[in-house]
Write a protein that binds this ligand. Structure first.
Ligand code: DC
Length: 233
């Protein structure tokens, strides 16, 4: 069965894995190919972190973060062709990718109440897609385990530390300090902080992308989705 022969309405695809595993690009490509919505949950943690930095909140102090938690208005557009994160009505898709946010976001994401609030928002976005008869690809760290444990397709992407740092550093060409070695060091620190959130669901399919090109990763996820699709007719 090909993408054109099936309907993917109501399907939830969870794609988890660490930074640089290729999950964002793969998730967007899968969503676009199957005409599903697309949710980048990392962008929500990043937007919240950006807001806190921008408002001079001491991120190292969970009490200070919690005191302002209900102030930022985060809105995401779940369109794989033009995903967008809005913060208080402004597009922050660019600034949330900065190294400063990348290096500090896991501190904010480690606060349990922050996770409760954002997980609830993410579950609402998924429920809205299903209520509209559509499917969704959601990517992050805890989609298959916490956000959408009943997702029909669960994929867990990994890659070697060096391959991940090379990909991240290639994404950050505008930042001359983002060499592969620096990126690898920063990535190792973030991995340690993100570790409590990172778990592979028992029913997830593990794909090591170190030696795979993106087309092959997408092809494998599409094959898993096709097994869950409803045939036309
Ligand atoms: O996928 P990313 O690099 O954009 O994620 C940014 C940070 O947000 C990452 O350091 C871990 C955190 N995160 C999380 O804790 N849970 C998620 N579902 C997604 C991201």
């Amino acid at each position: 069965m090909t993408e054109a022969d099936a309907t993917y309405g109501g399907l939830v695809i969870a794609i988890d894995g660490p930074a640089g595993s290729g999950k964002s690009t793969a998730a967007r490509r899968v969503a676009a190919a199957l005409r599903l919505r697309y949710l980048d949950t990392g962008a929500m943690y990043r937007a919240l972190t950006w807001w806190m930095i921008d408002h001079g909140v001491d991120i190292a102090d969970p009490g200070a973060v919690l005191a302002r938690l209900d102030q930022p208005r985060i809105v995401v557009r779940a369109d794989p062709d033009a995903p967008l994160v809005m913060l208080d009505g402004k597009d922050v898709s660019g600034p949330i990718r900065s190294r400063e946010v990348s290096n500090r976001v896991s501190q904010v994401a480690a606060i349990p109440r922050v996770r409760e609030v954002l997980v609830a928002m993410q579950q609402r976005i998924i429920a809205d897609a299903l209520a509209a008869g559509e499917g969704i690809v959601a990517e992050g760290r805890d989609i298959g385990t916490v956000v959408a444990p009943s997702a029909e397709v669960k994929v867990y992407l990994t890659a070697s530390e060096r391959a991940r740092a090379q990909r991240r550093s290639a994404d950050l060409t505008a930042d001359p300090a983002a060499t592969v070695a620096t990126t690898e060091r920063e990535q190792a620190r973030r991995d340690r902080r993100d570790a409590p959130q990172m778990a592979m669901a028992d029913d997830a399919v593990h794909i090591d992308t170190t030696l795979l090109d993106l087309d092959e990763v997408v092809r494998r996820i599409l094959a898993l989705a096709a097994q869950q699709a409803v045939p036309h007719g």
